[in-house]
Design a protein around this ligand. Structure first.
Ligand code: NAD
Length: 397
């Protein structure tokens, strides 16, 4: 079929297999060109939970193509069916596994609900049979919903402020109008369910499942990803429902770090950038497009793969370098004082007339479509392509 983007709000309902494959190959090239900073032999077997898009995919590619590790990835993606394309993450996984085979690397992906006990058991069985001891576990889930494995409750993650409404500038896409939005605060139940979905409970369950089956090496490391960001987004992020979940993630890391017999657990605070998860957060797209313009001007702009190659370089130090709170700060360039001063100035001034000057709105929209394999150089979008992805190297649950 000839595949064109079909967007609805902050999601794209279609994805292009060849565009996704080019994106993955470019990321692999970047890893290969920068892996001299990785510590040889530090990562031999890696489990990446949330490995099919965004930060998790970039982490899996670093572990595989940069460290020659055997990588098991978990993702929640669908192959094409009845005239619908596969999800971008499915095409990404197909391309990753295909490139791994070509390079003689071992990789496998389980497509299923990472929150479920069944997927954890399946993953443990795979690791026990084919991988041996795991030395790196990356937890990079961004999920709107979790079915609790014990109660069966359907918990929803919401992105809302807490305590009071939040009034802010925001950008309306695709037309680029700068509008004022008022976001209503979450109630207690919404805070609780967001923490249950995006907090540390599931991460800990993964580590407990691995520990119980003695699948972790003595020097195993586990990382989960978080975000802090500047004060102007604090009401919707750091001080909002998702921020509460991230506090819980950090508390989970601290508890694991303090407990003998568990892997060293750290939070890596990553940079804000365009992914499927971040495009769903109100206000943040305006911030991300402004941040991109400011960082591009300084030559410090990074995408997922640049962030993750830098992170893997830092993992050579044991223990990894952290801030006073014990977090690995990959958002250092984003939070540089001169960058944030410039953002504050632009944020106060931005309106519908000057947005294209003050923020890289076009770049944001291109990056968004690229997540789904569109607007990728070198791809013929008029061509008739097969939408069905190859499932070699995957277990579909
Ligand atoms: P993303 O949407 O690109 O990736 C999410 C991944 O989770 C995908 O692989 C998806 O398949 C998987 N997933 C979702 N639900 C699942 C389920 N039930 N079972 C199995 N897999 C499931 O998101 P991202 O932006 O890369 O976010 C990853 C992490 O990084 C999150 O914790 C996020 O908060 C954090 N982070 C993101 C940003 C940002 O700006 N995007 C910044 C800092 C930190």
């Amino acid at each position: 079929m000839v595949i064109a983007p079909k967007t609805k709000g902050f999601i794209c309902l279609t994805a292009h297999p060849q565009g996704c494959a080019v994106n993955v190959r470019r990321q692999i090239e970047h890893v290969r060109a920068h892996s001299e900073a990785f510590s040889p032999g530090r990562v031999r077997n890696a489990l990446v939970i949330g490995a099919t898009t965004g930060y998790g995919l970039a982490s899996a590619l670093c572990a595989g193509f940069g460290c020659n590790a055997h990588v098991l990835g978990i993702g929640f993606e669908k192959n094409a069916q009845r005239g619908r394309t596969a999800t971008a993450g499915f095409y990404n996984a197909e391309a990753w596994l295909c490139e791994a085979r070509k390079a003689g690397l071992q990789a496998h992906v389980i497509m299923g609900d990472a929150f479920s006990d069944g997927v954890k058991q399946l993953a443990c069985a795979y690791m026990a049979e084919y991988m041996g001891k795991i030395d790196l576990v990356i937890y990079s889930l961004a999920a709107p919903v979790r079915i609790h494995p014990e109660t069966g409750a359907r918990l929803q993650s919401v992105i809302k402020p807490i305590g009071a409404p939040y009034v802010s500038k925001s950008v309306r896409l695709p037309d680029g109008e700068v509008v004022t939005v008022e976001l209503q605060p979450a109630d207690e139940a919404e805070v609780e369910s967001t923490v249950a979905v995006m907090g540390g409970d599931d991460w800990r369950r993964w580590i407990d499942a691995l520990t119980a089956r003695e699948l972790l090496s003595d020097d195993a490391l586990t990382l989960a990803y978080s975000y802090i960001g500047p004060e102007l987004t604090h009401p919707i992020y750091r001080d909002g429902t998702i921020g509460k979940a991230k506090e819980d993630l950090k508390a989970t890391a601290d508890r694991m770090l303090a407990q003998p017999g568990l892997p060293d657990a750290y939070i890596s605070v990553n940079k804000a950038l365009v992914t499927q998860a971040s495009s769903a957060i109100p206000v943040v797209p305006l911030y991300i497009s402004m941040l991109a313009r400011v960082m591009e001007a300084r030559g410090t702009q990074e995408g997922c793969i640049e962030q993750m190659t830098r992170l893997f370089g830092r993992l050579s130090a044991s223990p990894p370098l952290t801030d006073a709170q014990g977090c690995i700060r990959m958002d250092d360039l984003e939070m540089a004082p001169d960058v944030q001063q410039e953002i504050t100035r632009r944020w106060a001034a931005v309106d519908s007339q000057n947005i294209r000057e003050l923020a890289d709105l076009e770049g944001y929209q291109t990056d968004f479509l690229r997540l789904f394999g569109f607007m990728v150089d070198g791809v013929d979008y008029e061509a008739d392509v097969s939408e069905l992805a190859c499932e070699d190297g995957m277990t579909l649950v």
